[in-house]
Design a protein around this ligand. Structure first.
Ligand SMILES: C[C@H](O)[C@H](O)[C@H]1CNC2=NC(N)=NC(=O)C2=N1
Length: 95
């Protein structure tokens, strides 16, 4: 999948909520009530990421999950990152 241009990334960021561009990755911090809820969120993410064959880089800080999205194979942001960002937003609402 082709890398998005800067204009395409800016357009995608306008549609997404809470995501920003940082060092060539899409980044968002998701907030939960505690560590267990953070882990449950990532448990819901796992099958979705596997089915897309596209995986987020994640860090858990107790009740915060920081997600970085980039397409490693392309060395930049692709439409797959935008699609995964939308899915993560949906999954974060489910807790
Ligand atoms: C072999 C496997 O399909 C690839 O390594 C996939 C897996 N998940 C991936 N996830 C992400 N974020 N970027 C990739 O380039 C990528 N490549």
């Amino acid at each position: 999948m082709a890398k998005l241009s800067e204009q395409e990334i800016e357009a995608a960021l306008k549609r997404l909520s809470g995501w920003k561009l940082e060092n060539g990755t899409l980044v968002k911090e998701f907030k939960f009530s505690d560590f267990a809820e953070s882990v449950r969120f990532l448990t819901r993410v796992q099958p979705v990421a596997d089915s897309l064959d596209h995986h987020p880089d994640v860090c858990i800080y107790y009740n915060r999950v920081v997600v970085h999205l980039t397409t490693h194979d392309e060395g930049g942001i692709t439409q797959l990152d935008v699609k995964l960002a939308e899915k993560l937003d949906d999954l974060a609402k489910l807790h």
